[in-house]
Write a protein that binds this ligand. Structure first.
Ligand SMILES: [Zn+2]
Length: 456
């Protein structure tokens, strides 16, 4: 061990491989090191964080004697952050429907009813989290169902895996079937408060106040949610916004006094930092600016939007109005757990000429939206989604030779952008060789580490 280490330092470990990270977390500019070293340390609070990162030749000499795992052909990158996903819809993925509202009625609501059963909820949460890890996702902002048991099951499953996860009980007290509808609005709000006290800030878990979307909550429930938000300023808020034109017409009928769909949430006190709204497709600039002004962010869900035919997120409008965003799978409306597929779909969505010119998002920018940018949108910059010192040690190892075509194409890449783009377009869960959470490799799929010690 180095003599310069402060006395509170716990066990150290180092990882030698290629490295990909964002030196300035606010800027979507990736840095790549072909032979890098990542050093992790368990801090006094029990959390494993990154202690050092950079070129092997530079970093290794600062950490003599530290045990090192060597992955010569792999590239370590931050664990992905999924800004919007529904764990109870794991079994709804790949269900065909005529758009959002029929899809909810025919598939989603019947499946979600089953989550009153804690055994079913826990089994699904276990499968869901393992599937996230297989795909390299280490943090997610997640919907449960209207049943408080569904939150307990998810949090227990996340705790067992030492994950940083955020989730909440869905609030829906109208226009929902029996078995899923909050029969008592005041009880639903009390359950929300109880769950916040039970889970928010426990280890790495966080709670999100979760109105499903404006049409399924009464004004009383939305305002009650806003009051709870005011009482707990560091919990998250998550919902859906402006996904589909039929949905927007419905919101205007239900809330005629509101200036816009967004205004319904605004009047209820549900716009602020840590408020994450999925979709945000059919918005006016005034709404985008209002979101930016309040610190609310968009969870862009391109595979879901393409699948349900909902529309195309407008990146240029978001950038010109200062609306922040990150990427999301939105499973089960989304068609894949893989962040690679989501990034590919985001590129496709941005390219379309649909009442605005298409643009080509840079590969580093796509990657940033699912890592450091997503973490920033979630209010967790410097905590997850990057490899900078101080970040929690949740990361993945990519195998650019995972398939014959990936190996062939990446070998010909002349720039980092070309290499990343090949991973995004051709990659899937096979690209993720390891997912490491808190220094523990939760997955060994197709690569074996070589263990050694620095200096040995
Ligand atoms: Zn959703």
């Amino acid at each position: 061990m180095s003599a310069t280490l402060p006395p509170s330092d716990g066990p150290l470990h180092a990882w030698r491989a290629g490295l990909l990270w964002f030196p300035d977390p606010g800027v979507p500019q990736a840095r790549h090191e072909s032979d890098g070293l990542l050093v992790t340390r368990r801090d006094a609070d029990g959390v494993v964080r990154i202690a050092d990162v950079g070129a092997f030749a530079e970093v290794a000499e600062r950490w003599p004697g530290v045990p090192v795992t060597h992955w010569p052909h792999l590239c370590i990158a931050p664990g992905f952050v999924d800004l919007h996903v529904h764990y109870p819809q794991t079994d709804v993925i790949a269900s065909p429907a005529e758009g959002l509202l029929p899809w909810l009625e025919h598939y989603t609501f019947p499946h979600e009813k089953q989550f009153a059963d804690p055994v079913h909820a826990r089994e699904t949460a276990d499968f869901f989290l393992d599937e996230l890890l297989r795909n390299g996702v280490t943090t997610a902002l997640c919907f449960a169902t209207a049943h408080p048991e569904s939150v307990d099951a998810f949090m227990q499953a996340a705790q067992a895996r030492q994950l940083r996860m955020v989730a909440g009980k869905v609030l829906q007290d109208r226009h929902s079937p029996d078995g899923l509808r909050d029969a008592d609005t005041r009880l639903s709000l009390r359950q929300t408060e109880d769950l916040i006290r039970r889970w928010h800030g426990v280890e790495r878990l966080g709670y999100a106040i979760t109105p499903r979307f404006a049409p399924t909550s009464s004004s009383e429930q939305l305002h009650g949610a806003g009051e709870i938000a005011a009482q707990f300023p560091d919990v998250w808020i998550q919902s859906h916004l402006a996904e589909n034109l039929d949905e927007i017409r419905w919101v205007h009928e239900l809330f005629p006094q509101a200036r816009s769909y967004l205004d319904v949430y605004d009047r209820a006190g549900l716009l602020r930092e840590r408020a994450v709204y999925a979709h945000c497709i059919h918005l006016e600039d005034a709404d985008r600016r209002r979101m930016a002004e309040t610190g609310s962010v968009a969870a862009v869900s391109p595979t879901s939007n393409l699948f349900l035919g909902s529309g195309f997120f407008d990146y240029a409008a978001a950038d010109r109005t200062g609306l922040r965003y990150g990427l999301a799978s939105d499973v089960g409306g989304g068609t894949s757990f893989s962040p690679l597929h989501t990034m590919h779909a985001a590129y496709t969505v941005a390219r379309q000429n649909v009442g605005r010119p298409g643009l080509s998002l840079a590969p580093g920018h796509l990657w940033w939206q699912h890592t450091a940018g997503g973490a920033q949108a979630l209010g967790l910059a410097g905590t997850v989604g990057n490899l900078l010192p101080g970040c929690e040690a949740d990361f993945i190892a990519l195998d650019p030779r995972a398939t014959p075509l990936l190996a062939r194409r990446t070998a010909q890449a002349e720039t980092l952008a070309e290499w990343l783009f090949a991973l995004i377009v051709l990659g899937d869960d096979r690209l993720i060789a390891h997912t490491v959470v808190q220094g523990q490799s939760n997955l060994v799929q197709n690569a074996r580490p070589q263990n050694a010690t620095i200096g040995a």
